[in-house]
Design a protein around this ligand. Sequence first.
Ligand code: PEP
Ligand code: MG
Length: 587
Amino acid sequence: MPSVLRGIPASPGIVVGPVHLLRWEVPEVKHRLIQDDAVDAEIARLHQGLERARERLRHVRARTEAQVGPEEAAIFDVQLSILDDRELARSTEALIRQNLGAEKAFDLVLLEWRQHFARHTSPMLREKVSDLMDVHIRVLSILLELPDHDPVDVPRGANAILVTHDLTPSLTMQLDRECIAAIATEAGTATAHVAILARSLGLPAVVGLRNAMSFLAPGQMAILDGADGTLLMAPSEHEIADARQRVEIEAGRMGEMRELAHSEPVTRDGVRLVIRANVDIPDEADAGATSGADGVGLMRTEFLVVGRATMPDEEEQYKAYKRVIQAFGARPVVIRTFDVGGDKLPVGGFPAEANPFLGWRAIRMCLDESELFKVQLRALLRAGVHGDLRIMLPLIVTVDEVRETRKLIGEAVSELAERRVPFRADVPLGVMIETPAAAVACDTLVRDVDFFSIGSNDLVQYMLAVDRGNANLAPRFTPFHPAVLRLIAQVQATGASHGIDVCVCGEMASQPLAVFALMGLGIRQLSVAPRAVGDVKRIIRGVRMSAATDAAHAAIAASTAREAETLLRRRLRAELDAADATAGMTA
Ligand code: PEP
Ligand code: MG
């Protein structure tokens, strides 16, 4: 058995604590027949199970209400109402009367209900599927007396390292964030949404730890190192002391980075860049606003939707957007319209698709569900009066999608004017450049949009045909492939020749080496994780733009990603060493 599990670094930080294993998946249920005289007792067991599930849900609901708020807590009402459904109990009892064990009877009924809702034409009803899934798992786990089955069960004050197969957004909502100090998942990659969410929440995380759960026992001590991407199992006293020392050193380094974060992002030869922050959760707005960033380059609004039973209404969305905009005062705030789908399904999920990343997601879903989309557009236009808001559209493939959105914005404007509420009609509209189609043909977009923002996570995924969430493919997912570098340079050049700002807001923009490459490719705006602002500015301030440009030109001409990366690393090192030497001379 290995003593260290190696995964993919997802969110930095070192945590020493007990492992909390979470198996949040529908357990396998054996076919079990019961005798006629056991039927009544089995029905009673079913009801005890349902009651236990209710108790747990009431507990999570109360905790969520206290920690997060009443709206978020209300999502558990749907699951409570499913547990109270007379029809659910009646159908399960009927199968028990046909001599099926309670857990098998419940399993069959829930499977049928989930299939029924998944096929529903109404998206709101389809959303119920994941509530049904949660009820399915919770009740079966209780009936089968499975250990560690519930996200509610993390012991308080434990500094626990949550280990699970994959942390879906709906599961994240149920977690007691005060008890969890770090996240480790078997699935996922650095650009999967679990990693993005962990970074937003500031939780150290390692993903892609294949088969980790089979090596770990609940409650055993472990050391998670989010920057290294490792999970050390059953550490010795010495290893624990060493990890605690590293936590202190890291805290010191973070202090330095915080100072750097408030410096000017100007290169040694005098070129200033614009560094904005990615803010995914309104609660993070204040931290983002004091991170040293020049505004928000990307707010992923789907985190308002995931883990919910219903879509947030206009008022709730308006308040969330206003909160972020106001936190940043006069600085620009780019808010992206819902990018649900792919691996970012709202709680209810949508019908399973064979290729979700090529499926009904983002702008496609929004344009097809135009009434839901207009709720968001109205909320955004209303929030626009509070600062410098800019709206951004995800997963654009063709200019038609921009034109259709402009038409809906026009309708939203008329509706708001009729209601006589304050709003701003002329909010700038930009697009994510994250599909090869949008990148290669970005000149077809320039007349209809106000800015571009390159989503390197999806752009790399689609260009290299590498699923961004597949841990088995993680080494193949690289932004240094010459094809990606060339395309970014091309988008930048087209934007510049039409007076369109080009930002990069994917994870690439937060990686020091990629920052050096992007600068050299002509990119002057980056939107990065708030905690990465200091590190990104360290790179910018330590290099000359002329050197970055030379290095990027050489990288573009490389034949492989590895060649490009090696070359960039060597040149960046030389630049930073030269900067240190100069600083040493002037000190
Ligand atoms: C991207 O694709 O690079 C991006 C910023 O969007 P997301 O990660 O939310 O898909
Ligand atoms: Mg994207």
